[in-house]
Structures are given as structure tokens and as C-alpha cells.
Design a protein around this ligand. Structure first.
Ligand code: NDP
Length: 282
């Protein structure tokens, strides 16, 4: 029976540490969130982020624009926030409407304030092994793996999903920690066989029960990133949790897993951005 990696316990510890460090820092971090439109899930995510900020002693401000905002207006606003001395950290809540170019917009955020780690500069820093902001979900996955105490070096790690937000940054970090990494996607052949060899399995697909118990190597660390809404309105991950926990060595639950860690890592990144800017004006 697998040990459950509790996002609740880990995230609460990280937020406590952030709160303590902010107290010692003597100044409050200021964080700007830009939201476009009224996606119900985004409304919840933004509310939760602002609640976390409150808990940690971070001043958060929401700038809410209508669906019709132009690419130019969005870029100008993000650039203004990036230049402003009023904010240490800036993020664009995703998703944004289809008529907008997400990457172009995000790249207007100064990479030193890019606490979501999604600018091309931060992507490049991660890919080349340099210090920068790592996307929060990917950083959270790594904290959860490390919390098991297993030695990542030399392990077979399989990442299902290759998005810029989750799959790729998780894979790059695992590689940096000397795992042997396989990245799978919708064109992958013999996925089941590949997964069966994984000592560490990260699943970021977005499909309920995508990974079943027979795909898991006994004793493996299974990190379930997926968030799916079931017919009854309840959330579940991509892994068939009840069956998988009988085979895995460690497993994350949904809810109560990676989602909470994503929020905690954002708080950590905001603190880091503030500290960097105190040392060196940008
Ligand atoms: P994307 O839709 O961007 O990526 C999904 C990935 O799954 C793609 O790389 C896709 O492959 C791959 N995939 C789809 N079908 C298959 C298949 N049959 N076999 C193998 N691979 C497949 O999603 P995200 O990465 O943004 O998110 C993934 C999940 O994680 C979602 O449920 C999302 O809600 C959740 N999420 C959770 C977060 C959290 O905090 N817990 C944060 C961010 C996301 P291809 O590239 O070939 O299309």
C-alpha cells in the first residue's frame, strides 16, 4: 500500500516558511495578478492565490480586464507592471481568450518578476541549467518527489505530457537531478510498457483514469498532476488512485496533492523575486 504524499502538509510547511522569511525581511512583497475575462476556474484560482498571499504577508492586487482587450493593450499593461517599482512580482492568469497570443504577452513581463516562470527567458534559463523562476506546478512536483527521500539520480523517470507549463519543466528538472528521463505524449507508442519501467511517474495529461494500476511499477513514486471535474462535480486526477495506491510506493492524491503545492511554490517564487529585487534594483 502506497504512502500518500500529502500536498496539504508540504504546502502548509512551505507557506509557513515563506511567512516567517517575509517577517524577517521587514518589507512586504507586492504582487500583481492580471486576469482577462471570467473563466470560472480562473476566478477560483485567483481567489485562492490572493488568500495564500494574505496568509503569507504578501500584498496582492488583481487587475481584471474584459474578454475584448487587445493584444497591444495587454502587452502595454504588462510592460508597465514590469517597469513599475510598485510590484516585485507579476503574473498573467491563464488561460486567456484565443484571440490573444499568450507567449507574446507573457514575454512583456520582466523575467525577474515572472513568478510563474513562463517567460521565454526563464524557460531558457531552466533548459540551460541556470537559476531562474521554474513554473510553479513543475517545481511543486519536484518538492513532492524529494519529500519521499528517494535518490533521484539514476532512476527511470517517465513524464506523460509535454506542455510548457508542466511536462517539459518537470522533465528538465529530473534530468538536472540525473534521472534517466522519458517524455511521453499523444504520439507515444507502447505507453504502458514505458510506464511499467518508471521508478518515478509524472502524469500531466488531463484525462480521468488515464493511468491504471497495471501501468505502474511496484514501489514507484507516482505524481498525479491532472485536474478533472467528474459528473458529480468532484475533482479527480489522471491516475486511478484507488487501484494505483495498491501498487505504487508513493502517490499524490487529487485533490490535496500537486494543486496545493503549485500554490505554495508561487508564494515561494514571490518571496524570491522580492529578495532579488532588494539586492539589485532592476
Ligand atoms: P496540456 O493539454 O497542455 O498537455 C497535455 C499533454 O498530455 C500533452 O502533451 C498531450 O500530448 C498529452 N496527451 C494527451 N493525450 C495523450 C495520450 N493519449 N497519451 C499520451 N499523452 C497524451 O495540459 P497541461 O500540461 O496544461 O495540464 C495537464 C493536466 O494537469 C490538466 O488536467 C490540467 O488541468 C492539470 N494541471 C494541474 C495543475 C495543478 O496545479 N495541479 C497545474 C497545471 C495543469 P501532445 O503534446 O502530443 O498533445
Amino acid at each position: 500500500m502506497a504512502e500518500i504524499i500529502s500536498g496539504k502538509i508540504l504546502a502548509s510547511k512551505i507557506k509557513q516558511e515563506v511567512k516567517q522569511e517575509i517577517k524577517q525581511l521587514g518589507i512586504k512583497p507586492y504582487f500583481a495578478i492580471v486576469q482577462i475575462g471570467n473563466n470560472p476556474a480562473s476566478n477560483t484560482y485567483v481567489r485562492n492565490k490572493m488568500k495564500d498571499c494574505d496568509e503569507c504577508g504578501i500584498e496582492s492586487y488583481l487587475y481584471h480586464y474584459g474578454e475584448g482587450i487587445s493584444q497591444h493593450a495587454l502587452e502595454v499593461f504588462l510592460e508597465e507592471l514590469s517597469i513599475s517599482k510598485d510590484f516585485h512580482a507579476v503574473m498573467l492568469q491563464l488561460p486567456i481568450p484565443n484571440h490573444l497570443d499568450m507567449q507574446e504577452a507573457i514575454n512583456e513581463i520582466n523575467f525577474k518578476k515572472d513568478v510563474d516562470g513562463l517567460t521565454t527567458i526563464n524557460n531558457g534559463l531552466l533548459a540551460t541549467g541556470q537559476n531562474g523562476f521554474i513554473p510553479c506546478t513543475a517545481a511543486g512536483c519536484m518538492e513532492m518527489i524529494r519529500s519521499t527521500g528517494i535518490d533521484i539520480a539514476g532512476k527511470n523517470a517517465v513524464v506523460i505530457g509535454r506542455s510548457n507549463i508542466v511536462g517539459k519543466p518537470v522533465a528538465i528538472q529530473l534530468l538536472k537531478e540525473n534521472a534517466t528521463v522519458t517524455i511521453c505524449h499523444s504520439h507515444t507508442i507502447r505507453l504502458k510498457e514505458i510506464c511499467q519501467k518508471a521508478d518515478i511517474l509524472i502524469v500531466a495529461v488531463g484525462k480521468k483514469n488515464f493511468v491504471t494500476a497495471d501501468m505502474i511499477k511496484p514501489g514507484a513514486v507516482v505524481i498525479d498532476v491532472g485536474i478533472n471535474v467528474q459528473e458529480n462535480g468532484k475533482l479527480c486526477g489522471d491516475v486511478d488512485f484507488n487501484e494505483a495506491k495498491e501498487v505504487a510506493g508513493y502517490i499524490t492524491p487529487v485533490p490535496g496533492g500537486v494543486g496545493l503545492m503549485t500554490r505554495a511554490m508561487l508564494m515561494k517564487n514571490i518571496l524570491e523575486a522580492t529578495k532579488c529585487q532588494l539586492i539589485k534594483d532592476i
